[in-house]
Design a protein around this ligand. Structure first.
Ligand code: SF4
Length: 376
């Protein structure tokens, strides 16, 4: 396992169509200079997304570097406005214009040479999306064309990518069944004829029909009730095993993803500030923000008076604070925190935290866990 280091865009039902996207500029670093090892499926370095506007340049992803291991489930968590959705879009060079994406996202397929997604031609990018890396967004209703049956979406995707119709439709049946759906009925239905949970599962099946190696999910269960969320989490765990998938699950819901992920990366103010094995991050978070986030989780074992919201607001992307981006909200901030960005410190095996005062943080920012909040 490799640790992390310091380093909204809707596709809708346009699964197979091209669309305008923002400018991307890779570092120009040749992949061959430092190719990812076989266990790494994606190597992200200095990924940055900016938007130039009237108020200045907004940095909505700030020099994110992380390696995603093959067949792992990586949970990416953060509060609203932390840059989660932009991170998802940037992974597939899908940031809309006038956004500008820099850095590198090197994808390392099982067969073939690694390549930088940000350096691909438009044609190649269209093939990579859905064939190698697929994406599922929140709200399946908006992701399907309401005038097309679910079957039409599958067939159009298969046709647009030049794949064998019979083989792929057989796989569609397999996937829908694995997601506990009546495949024949669902394929003949229009999106509005399905419940929210059925639509979201059909969308997951559609995303997987071309057998991508990596599935990126941005708040895929946010619009669903708690029971359906749990059910989809269980199904994803089983799909991951069945199809040797790598999953990046992006959410604001830390307890939800903690039950699914192998590793957690915590985003704050457009950067990763803590990353490590889920159990280690949940049980012994080192960053005051992660600990404060865990303190906001509803917990029947803790009196409401002890559940505190995090004071203050996330920084404005056009006016990020100097030094540690959390310092205006951090009870432990000192002059070092205000002047210089903290480097990552390794707490335990593969558990890295960007903070000057992890010991103080662990001693003074308390939180209580429920049993089910500890990872798989
Ligand atoms: S570096 Fe300083 S301000 Fe930032 S989280 Fe750590 S203690 Fe708080």
């Amino acid at each position: 396992m490799v640790g992390c280091y310091q380093c909204d865009d809707e596709w809708g039902w346009m699964l197979v169509t091209d669309r305008s996207h923002g400018e991307s500029t890779g570092t120009g670093t040749a992949v061959n200079e430092s190719p990812p090892d076989d266990d790494t499926i994606v190597q992200i370095e200095d990924l940055t997304v900016t938007f130039a506007g009237d108020r200045g340049v907004a940095r909505v992803i700030q020099e994110v570097s992380i390696e995603i291991e093959r067949e792992e489930i990586l949970g990416v968590v953060g509060e609203s406005g932390s840059g989660k959705s932009m991170f998802a879009s940037a992974l597939l060079d899908a940031v809309v214009a006038p956004g500008r994406t820099t850095g590198s996202v090197v994808f390392n397929p099982r067969s073939g040479e690694p390549y930088d997604v940000l350096e691909l031609t438009s044609d190649r990018l269209q093939r990579v999306r859905w064939e190698s890396i697929a994406m599922v967004f929140q709200g399946a209703m908006a992701s399907f064309n309401p005038t097309m049956r679910i079957r039409d979406h599958f067939e159009e995707t298969i046709r647009a990518h030049g794949k064998n119709h019979g083989e792929r439709m057989a796989h569609a049946h397999e996937l829908l069944s694995a997601l506990h759906l009546d495949a024949d009925r669902v394929l003949e239905s229009y999106p509005h004829e399905l419940s929210g949970g059925m639509r979201q599962r059909a969308l997951i099946a559609l995303a997987l029909v071309l057998e991508p190696e990596l599935l990126v999910m941005d708040e895929p269960t946010a619009a669903l009730d708690l029971l359906m969320q749990r059910s989809i989490i269980d199904l994803l765990a089983s799909l991951q095993q069945q199809f040797d998938l790598t999953i990046v699950f992006i959410t604001h819901d830390l307890p939800l993803v903690a039950g699914l992920s192998d590793r957690l990366a915590v985003l704050y103010a457009f950067e990763i500030i803590e990353c490590g094995p889920t159990g280690s991050v949940i049980e012994d978070a080192g960053h005051p923000y992660t600990r404060a986030l865990l303190r906001t989780v509803p917990n029947v074992d803790v009196p409401v008076t002890e559940m505190e919201p995090i004071e203050g607001r996330s920084p404005d992307p056009t006016d990020a604070p100097t030094g540690c981006s959390f310092h205006p909200r951090c009870p432990l901030a000192d002059s070092d925190c205000e002047s210089t960005d903290p480097p990552f410190e390794r707490l335990e095996t593969d558990h890295d935290v960007a903070c000057y005062h992890t010991e103080q943080s662990r001693d003074s920012v308390e939180y209580t866990l429920r049993d089910e909040e500890v990872g798989p």
